[in-house]
Design a protein around this ligand. Structure first.
Ligand SMILES: Nc1ncnc2c1ncn2[C@@H]1O[C@H](COP(=O)(O)OP(=O)(O)O)[C@@H](O)[C@H]1O
Ligand SMILES: [Mg+2]
Length: 310
């Protein structure tokens, strides 16, 4: 039986762990963004205690911002594993996934109390178990709503109090547990509270994939398919088809690109029965279907995400 998790905690892991390998290498971003992100986390996890003596110590707060489907959640998962691996000579890391939607503001004061409990009790207790702590708050805008724009119709006071509790909690966590990293993600940076943004040490903007990244995502997806069905390597080596598909998928997010490659597996009856039969032409067909059905990054055109119509 899995033990009951504390309120607001979606997942609890001891890292590094082999089964957490994979996400980091599956996300492609231009330049050295991933290296810098990892270095920042390793610095705070290793030297948080000494850095705390500085006049402007880091908060250990990282924000991954960008449109939906650009790899933020996956990168955050991968970052936790890789950072834990890089400090494993000093001991293990507790990785906590927070559910930002677990703090409903429909009872006055209740969400504030729950958020306070999370930062002042739950997380310090978890931090005490191992030398390092990494906390993931996916879709942080649900938790730390920008106070200047929060609706005054829906429990405004409670929204503000919950955001205040997050800020106070982040500050408290920094001083009580300096070897802690809090990774946050958002699809809407404009909705994240300014005081939280100002405490953020490292903001990584993940954009829609550029041309080279589109290709890399297609190639990686095909490599994964070929690992399971080696006969599909014919598709993987059809450079002209991959080029054409990449051109068609320009402007789509990473999730849609991966789904387009999956959709190639249902391009023909034979491929669905035996994915080893996959050809470059199937990938082009699937990419064309996706590209003509949805204009890039505009699922609102059909009102349906692509996968709902595959
Ligand atoms: N830049 C990228 N490189 C490789 N895969 C990507 C990229 N962006 C998104 N993906 C893929 O899209 C899917 C959704 O990613 P996810 O991390 O949930 O995005 P987000 O949290 O930004 O909405 C995952 O399968 C991921 O592998
Ligand atoms: Mg996400």
């Amino acid at each position: 039986m899995t033990p009951r998790l504390p309120q607001g905690v979606l997942g609890l892991h001891a890292l590094p762990a082999d089964h957490h390998e994979g996400p980091w290498d599956s996300i492609f971003v231009p330049g050295d963004l991933k290296d810098r992100l990892l270095r920042h986390c390793v610095l705070v996890l290793r030297h948080g205690r000494r850095l705390a003596q500085l006049a402007g110590p880091p908060h250990g707060l990282v924000l991954l911002a960008g449109p939906p489907g650009t790899g933020k959640s996956t990168l955050a998962q991968g970052l936790a594993q890789r950072a834990a691996l890089a400090v494993s000579d000093l001991g293990a890391t507790t990785f906590v996934e927070i559910d930002p939607h677990a703090f409903p503001s429909d009872m006055l004061g209740e969400s504030q109390r729950a958020v306070s409990r999370l930062f002042h009790e739950t997380l310090p207790e978890l931090a005490a178990r191992r030398p390092h702590l990494i906390v993931l708050v996916d879709e942080v805008e649900a938790l730390a709503v920008k106070r200047s724009t929060a609706s005054f119709e829906t429990n405004p006071v409670d929204v503000h109090r919950a955001t205040d509790a997050v800020l106070a909690g982040v500050d408290a966590l920094r001083s009580s547990c300096p070897r802690t990293i809090v990774v946050t993600t958002t699809n809407f940076p404009a909705a994240v509270d300014d005081a939280l943004l100002s405490r953020t040490d490292f903001v990584a903007h993940l954009d829609l994939p550029d041309d080279r990244t589109v290709r890399r995502i297609i190639e990686h997806s095909l490599a994964e398919i070929t690992a399971v069905w080696p006969a599909a390597s014919a598709a993987r080596t059809d450079i002209a088809a991959i080029d054409e598909a990449a051109g068609l998928l320009r402007g789509f997010d990473g999730r849609q690109i991966r789904k387009a490659v999956l959709a190639a597996l249902i391009a023909r009856d034979e491929v669905a029965v035996d994915p080893g039969q996959l050809t470059g032409q199937d990938i082009v067909t699937a990419a064309r279907t996706v590209a003509t059905r949805n204009s890039p990054n505009n699922t609102a055109a059909t009102g349906l995400p692509d996968h709902a119509t595959v």
